[in-house]
Design a protein around this ligand. Structure first.
Ligand SMILES: Nc1ncnc2c1ncn2[C@@H]1O[C@H](COP(=O)(O)OP(=O)(O)OP(=O)(O)O)[C@@H](O)[C@H]1O
Length: 266
């Protein structure tokens, strides 16, 4: 199927190749209240898409819809060739680190092992292979030496990396990241980007919501500009323009400072 998106970009579902994600005139609602309308776009395995838009634009809502947690009321969302709910076992989600209680008494490696439980089953003991996956995932985010430390003793950026390691250990085909770079220092940001790149190389697709345009340029082949409606979906270089960003951010006074979108007044 080939169709023209609202941006004029050509979105293609290629025959014989299962797209990681297909949005086809998809609308999403909380009860009677529409949250996102008429989204169109395709993301292929090994690619990343950045979700960009102001606060309340619906970025987290789209991520929840990809997890099957918010219903599609019109159109279609396909994840890994099936419905979001059916694809759920092959999708990993990294929430914002500050949504987890840092006082929860678990070690870093126990948090990462949680990523294996869907494969292990909750009643079986982790095998040596599971422990090796956990060690490799921690290595990938640069925290191998913190494995035995208590999760709550790590910095916010390090905790975010642990949550990414948990997702990596699940060996997902689609990774969803909700603003993973918020309040994260340069070392953690670098580690997150490296781990994201490694996952893409292994063929996983990535959806990442961010306010940081540098991340979109550095790590994402595609961007999706959102503010209840879609203001663009397609290759980063052609879609991420100041004009489209201004349209996406609507009446808000917007400054593009280097690679960050700064909303100066709402
Ligand atoms: N559980 C819910 N029930 C009803 N409305 C909701 C719910 N969660 C979010 N919304 C509404 O949906 C809209 C989109 O919110 P969402 O959290 O997806 O935005 P966002 O782009 O992720 O924002 P931010 O950048 O601030 O995280 C908002 O108007 C919000 O109030």
């Amino acid at each position: 199927m080939i169709e023209e998106t609202t941006t004029g970009q050509i979105a293609t579902e290629q025959p014989g190749r299962t797209a990681a994600l297909v949005l086809d005139r998809a609308s999403v609602a909380y009860g009677d209240v529409p949250a996102l309308e008429e989204l169109d776009g395709v993301v292929h395995p090994g690619e990343a898409v950045a979700l960009i838009g102001p606060n309340g634009a619906g970025k987290s809502t789209l991520i929840k819809a990809l997890l099957g947690l918010v219903p599609v009321v019109r159109g279609r969302i396909e994840v890994l060739g099936t419905t979001p709910a059916r694809a759920r076992r092959q999708v990993a989600y990294v929430p914002q680190a500050d949504t987890l209680d840092p006082d929860f008494p678990v070690s870093v490696e126990q948090v990462v092992m949680m990523g294996r439980y869907r494969k292990i089953g909750w009643l079986r003991r982790p095998s040596a292979a599971d422990r090796a996956e956990v060690a490799a995932a921690l290595e990938q985010v640069g925290l191998a030496r913190r494995a035995r430390d208590r999760f709550g003793t790590l910095s916010g950026g390090q905790r975010q990396r642990v949550l990414l390691a948990r997702a990596i250990a699940a060996r997902p085909r689609l990774l969803l990241l909700d603003e993973p770079f918020n309040g994260v220092d340069a070392v953690s940001q670098h580690a997150l980007l490296e781990a994201m790149a490694a996952l893409k190389e292994q063929g996983a697709a990535v959806v990442v919501s961010t306010h940081d345009l540098a991340i979109a340029h550095l790590a994402c082949e595609e961007v999706c500009l959102l503010n209840k409606h879609q203001y663009g979906f397609g290759p980063t270089e052609s879609v991420l323009t100041p004009e489209r960003l201004r349209a996406t951010y609507g009446g808000q006074a917007l400054e593009l400072r280097g690679d960050r979108v700064i909303v100066t007044r709402t």
